[in-house]
Design a protein. Structure first.
Length: 295
């Protein structure tokens, strides 16, 4: 097996829930930085008492450690050494039936879309990849490999983005990468998959809770009292106080922190336009692609 030039780590969030939006996030970087990156990331991950994941993101300690991890990743991203690419979809989108039985097929296509664009458009020519994905019982790993290799690109006639999108992509993007391995991994044993879960969770959550998130952002109180009641400026006392749980506050703070960092580098990451994360320049190394309908 040829030694991989790049690594990719993926996980999904809110895929099997009743929420309106789900997401997949992909962290990718060249193999040459893997050892040093692990040396920085793993000591922070090891401080969590259990697996680092979005469903456990509740406390201020979680927020502070997540900031530490994001700062490491963001520094590499600004230097062109790392990417975080996410795709957010609407589960009631007619192009993506919620109750369709072939959920494994749909998940394969969603993973394929994120991997395909990142590997072919963002890292240049002639890359070879080791792909590591959170273990999914409903996934057909051979089918995903076929999709990525184009061996069966005509076995399905459309993606959630439509026939023309896929055919146009095939015309404009010649084969310029190889996949050395697709490895299903147990997320508890792979820190980078755990981090992908955090970003997938934040991406989907920003859309699922957009009304409350945007209201919080509009007033952005610097302090929240222990009872979780959001304190508005005096000029807005006529409005009812916004009651937030600690989990909501810390998740909102993390989402805002990501956007603020991206603003500092003009990465065109928006929360308001699509009522949740969306990046208007896909070349940005922090890239959230909202594929759903207009809200």
């Amino acid at each position: 097996m040829t030694k991989s030039s790049h690594f990719a780590y993926l996980d999904e969030s809110y895929y099997t829930t009743d929420h309106d939006f789900g997401a997949i996030s992909l962290i990718s970087f060249p193999a040459c930085i893997k050892e040093n990156l692990e040396a920085k990331i793993n000591p922070i991950i090891s401080q969590f008492p259990s697996e680092y994941k979005w469903s456990s993101f509740k406390s201020n300690r979680y927020f502070e450690r997540s900031k530490q991890i994001f700062n490491i990743l963001f520094d590499l991203a600004t230097r062109g050494c790392l990417r975080i690419d996410s795709i957010i979809w609407q589960t009631n989108d007619p192009r993506y039936p919620r109750n369709q039985t072939n959920t494994g097929d749909k998940l394969s296509v969603l993973y394929y879309l994120r991997l395909r664009d990142t590997m072919s458009k963002r890292w240049g020519q002639n890359t070879s990849w080791s792909i590591n994905i959170d273990e999914q019982r409903q996934m057909d790993w051979d089918e995903l490999k076929d999709y990525i290799d184009y061996a069966s690109s005509r076995l399905y006639t459309s993606t959630i983005l439509g026939d023309q999108y896929d055919l146009e992509w095939l015309r404009n993007n010649p084969f310029k990468y190889s996949v050395e391995e697709i490895q299903p991994v147990i997320s508890e044993a792979e820190p980078f998959v755990q981090i992908a879960d955090i970003f997938a969770g934040a991406a989907a959550y920003s859309h699922n809770e957009s009304s409350r998130l945007l209201e919080w952002l509009a007033y952005d109180a610097p302090q929240h009292p222990p009872d979780g009641v959001f304190q508005r400026p005096l000029s807005l006392d006529v409005l009812e106080p916004m009651s937030l749980t600690r989990r909501e506050i810390n998740r909102f703070k993390f989402i805002k922190y990501i956007q603020d960092c991206c603003k500092s580098e003009v990465y065109q990451v928006s929360l308001r336009t699509k009522k949740g994360f969306h990046t208007f320049c896909a070349d940005s190394p922090i890239n959230f692609f909202y594929s759903g309908c207009e809200k």
